[in-house]
Design a protein around this ligand. Sequence first.
Ligand code: GLN
Length: 303
Amino acid sequence: MDFQNLLDDIAGTVAASPPRGEVAAYIPQLGAVNPDQFGIAVVTGEGEVFSAGDANVPFSIQSISKVFALALVLATDGDGVWQRVFREPSGNPFNSLVQLEQEAGIPRNPFINAGALVVTDRLLSVTGDAAGTVLDLMRQESGNPGVGVDPVVAESEHLHSSRNASLAYFLASCGNLENPVPDVLDNYIRQCSLAMSCVDLALASRFLASNGVRVDGTALLSSSQTKRINAVMLTCGTYDAAGEFAYRVGLPGKSGVGGGIVAVVPNNLTVVVWSPGLGRSGNSVSGLNALDEFTTRTGLSIF
Ligand code: GLN
């Protein structure tokens, strides 16, 4: 299938239509990003790359990193992490404190911040360098050795990490962290601060659309593990807007407050969009519109 005309069309129309949301100002460096940017990239099962707009501009992947950290924990450590984090939609903002207390320090799912802190904690225990392990996977799968942590974003996030520190100390008080809070936070912030383009991310996510098989042909995950990660992305990947995302896009997806969204058509392709303006739940407004348009016009959805 030749996606080029479709992507050009989406970049030209959907991206330009208002409203476009607000950039994430709670991490000041993200607030400094030009909101008038939009990129979209598709990578097919055969490895063909299609892209339009600002698809080669690196942006802060933020919570998209949580999918890769989860994949690495399941790949290296099996199912043990599910004793420490649930896999139900939260129906609450991604950085909610109240739900974590009500549920005695077991986060609702691995994609809200509390759950991702637990996953990163486990990856740190298993590998000794959680963020470095995520970075290596990103470089290998995208084939781009230039992928790295944006130090300015990382510093900005460190300086404004009180909310995540609160979540981490609460997890520790419930006995649900294995490593010191500052180490877990540092790894979490570095993985969130990775800078990648739509094309990089669409290439790096291919294992989610290929039953867990990596670019080099080895298995990162089994088909069953891949199915499960995609299921958690569908139900929890866009937080308290996961129902709306499933309704409009109909694909497993994971967003980040940098404005990126990775979506997966299982056994087929990955599609990544980026536009910095966010809606109320922290998902890219133009990105969601573009994915809606993509699946509506191609009929490529899991439903
Ligand atoms: N690093 C961000 C945070 O911890 C990630 C949130 C997001 O992308 N939804 O707040």
